[in-house]
Unconditional design. Structure first.
Length: 374
């Protein structure tokens, strides 16, 4: 059986998943080929895209629209040359024009994604159309249970939905964390004047992460506790805001984009992850690093926000700068709470793993193929 996955582009955090999925699929008699498009213009500043052996890049044409977003069409010639597919899995998104081509050809199609739009305000018509489009597929791979419930409520049969439990390459991150040596950690802490009350922001630097809110809260947190430090790791359209904050506030350090061992070092040097804006897969980073997230009751989090359990593996404050600053400081100052949160993260990191995601996804692929054969 042959399956093609057409991914929007190839971010670093997906490479481990695809490699493991391909290997385990081969063991079960399923040939999985991964194709990916070029990075959308609005994501290029994050600098988290890569190319990797074993995956095929598709020529992509972008059509800009209002609001900085874009439609795109990926050239499917390479997909066709690879041979006839028993199933093609595409992103649950309305802007990928090649999806409509595949539907018109009556290709066996499945979607994977959030289930509906959670991270920004969209019209009912937009959400309806996204779910209508998804129901044209024969199967849906939902990131989380809440996304699966959204598709079921929209009319898709529950037996055609797989919850994959979206994750990152937790195994590699754990290995990188275990390889952080004492001298490197001590040197890093000395370089950035870290005093055991350090919050780390890690991710794309864009509007969804609410950097002005974060830096205002960091200033207030440093006033409440002079030992407070904020490390900022990442790149993106709002990188200049991070650079200016670090220049103006001695309690803020901008690290630039970090991956691999550098990311592990930043996590190891920190006690919490500060994320007042959108929480997504960073939740899994926090569990893996035993570094609990402190976030807010903001309404535009991604679906992985449901992984967080207040005062079990994370702290969720009122959505106000002063409340968030107090939440950061009070969490860092409360040793008993910190120990309890780390225990909660330790429990969660055994649940939200790449191995589980691969197993769930592959089981869904096999179920979809069996249904299509019937």
């Amino acid at each position: 059986m042959r399956v093609a996955i057409i991914h929007p582009w190839l971010p670093q955090y997906r490479v481990g998943f695809f490699r493991q999925l391909i290997a385990q699929g081969r063991d079960k008699g399923v040939e999985i080929n991964v194709f990916y498009g070029e990075t959308p213009p609005e994501w290029q500043e994050r600098r988290d895209t890569m190319s990797a052996a074993g995956f095929t890049k598709l020529e992509t044409h972008f059509i800009s629209v209002n609001g900085g977003r874009s439609f795109n069409r990926k050239d499917l010639a390479a997909v066709e040359r690879a041979g006839q597919n028993d199933l093609i899995i595409v992103e649950q998104a309305v802007r990928n024009l090649e999806t409509y081509e595949l539907l018109m050809r009556r290709e066996p199609l499945a979607f994977w994604g959030h289930g509906k739009t959670y991270t920004k305000k969209v019209s009912r018509l937009q959400d309806w159309f996204k779910q209508w489009l998804t129901r044209r597929g024969s199967w849906f791979f939902a990131y989380t249970p809440v996304g699966a419930e959204a598709m079921a409520n929209s009319g898709m049969a529950r037996e055609k939905i797989t919850v994959v439990q979206n994750s990152i390459d937790t195994r590699t991150l754990r290995e990188d964390l275990s390889n952080v040596d004492r001298d490197s950690l001590a040197s890093f802490k000395m370089k950035h004047d870290l005093r055991g009350k350090t919050a780390l922001f890690v991710g794309g630097l864009d509007r969804s992460k609410r950097l002005p809110f974060l830096f205002e809260a960091a200033t207030e947190a440093a006033r409440l506790d002079p030992d407070f430090r904020l490390l900022v790791a990442g790149s993106g359209d709002d990188q200049e805001l991070a650079e200016l904050a670090a220049a103006a506030n001695p309690n803020v350090r901008y690290l630039g984009p970090v991956f691999g061992s550098d990311k592990a070092l930043a996590i190891a040097a920190s006690q919490v992850i500060a994320m007042p804006g959108r929480v997504g897969l960073v939740a899994v980073d926090s569990f893996t690093g035993l570094t609990p997230i402190v976030t807010t009751q903001w309404k535009w989090h991604s679906v992985e926000f449901e992984y967080l359990e207040p005062y079990t593996n994370a702290v969720i404050t009122e959505d106000a700068v002063d409340a968030y600053a107090r939440g950061l400081v009070e969490t860092l100052q409360n040793e008993k709470l910190m120990a309890s949160l780390r225990d909660g993260c330790a429990e969660a990191r055994e649940k939200y793993t790449l191995d589980t995601m691969v197993s769930n996804f592959l089981n869904g692929v096999i179920s979809a193929l069996e249904m299509l054969r019937k």
